[in-house]
Design a protein around this ligand. Structure first.
Ligand code: ADP
Ligand code: ZN
Length: 289
């Protein structure tokens, strides 16, 4: 069986054809411009491929409430050309196949749960730290949506001692994303994150904020695994720092087999940056409308 998948991002759209084993058989990537420019290129790509269903793992915020009039819409995004855009409806009209739809981060989590390092777990967290910070959550075997969907990147941070940076989030200043996403690193230190690889103080502070956020998620969501992806997490030296600081900040309060084996609890994404598109194939496999 052949399925279509899209990882819809603010800067690029990745369209793939895959099978029920998560194997990617073909892929195409285009920049995200306006819907008028970008959508025809994507529908043309899928039109002659005989896909059984399409899965879209999409940047947000998006409307995932099946009872809502605007289900399947990209809603209040700062990417203005896509604001209030009915992306599911547009593909449905052109392709006439069932469409699975979820956030980009839930898509990545679904990829890891189905074919990656979170296989067979029921409670897991996928966090991306890139241009923004966002998280996908599976709780009790279900991807968490709730009122909207979690927005884990915008939780309040306790600012570290001596840190005077004002933060980069236009809504909250010093929230997690405002302190720790790639653009915040660049703004704070005056260089791109990748160029700061050898500067220990950068990653010491970065890991302090990431660990603080992870402790909040551990205490509120109780995940069985935490998977960290996104451009900033290509700095592998962050992992041991984050693990150490998580244990320090929890201060022995939680004792589980997972935390005792923290190297296998806080882990990098495992699917060579294909977790999002593989998750979109799984969204297609599970699509029922
Ligand atoms: P997006 O979040 O737009 O999908 P990425 O996950 O690649 O894309 O994140 C891009 C951000 O990650 C940029 O701010 C960039 O500076 C940062 N970044 C990308 N690669 C690296 C790297 N190797 N080390 C540190 N930061 C990186
Ligand atoms: Zn914020």
């Amino acid at each position: 069986m052949i399925y279509g998948g899209i990882e819809a991002g603010g800067t690029k759209m990745i369209c793939v054809i895959g099978d029920e084993n998560g194997r990617i058989l073909d892929r195409m990537q285009i920049p995200t411009k306006t819907p008028e420019e970008t959508m025809p290129l994507m529908t043309d790509y899928f039109k002659d491929k005989d896909i059984k269903a399409l899965g879209i793992a999409c940047f947000g915020p998006i409307d995932l409430n099946r009872d809502s009039k605007t289900y399947g819409y990209i809603t209040s995004t700062p990417k203005l050309a896509w604001k209030n855009y009915d992306i599911v409806g547009a593909f449905k009209k052109e392709l006439g196949v069932p469409i699975g739809f979820d956030t980009d981060v839930n898509g990545s989590l679904l990829g890891e749960i189905t074919w990656g390092c979170a296989k067979d777990l029921t409670d897991a967290l996928y966090l991306t730290i890139g241009t923004g910070v966002g998280g996908g959550v599976m709780a009790g075997g279900k991807l968490l949506h709730g009122m909207l969907h979690p927005e884990l990147g915008h939780i309040k941070m306790a600012v570290a001692d001596g840190d005077t940076y004002k933060g980069k989030c236009p809504y909250h200043g010093t929230c997690f994303e405002g302190m720790a996403a790639g653009p915040a690193i660049e703004d704070r230190w005056g260089k791109k994150a990748v160029e700061l690889a050898d500067d220990d103080k950068v990653w010491d502070l970065e890991s302090t904020y990431i660990a603080q956020a992870l402790c909040t998620y551990i205490l509120t969501l109780s995940p069985q695994i935490i998977i960290l992806g996104g451009g900033v997490m290509h700095q592998k030296q962050l992992f041991p720092l984050i693990r150490k600081k998580v244990l320090e900040q929890l201060n022995g309060y939680i004792v589980t087999k997972e935390l005792k084996d923290i190297d296998n609890y806080i882990v990098p994404a495992s699917l060579n940056d294909d977790q999002g598109i593989m998750g979109s194939i799984k969204l297609a496999m599970d699509a029922d409308i």
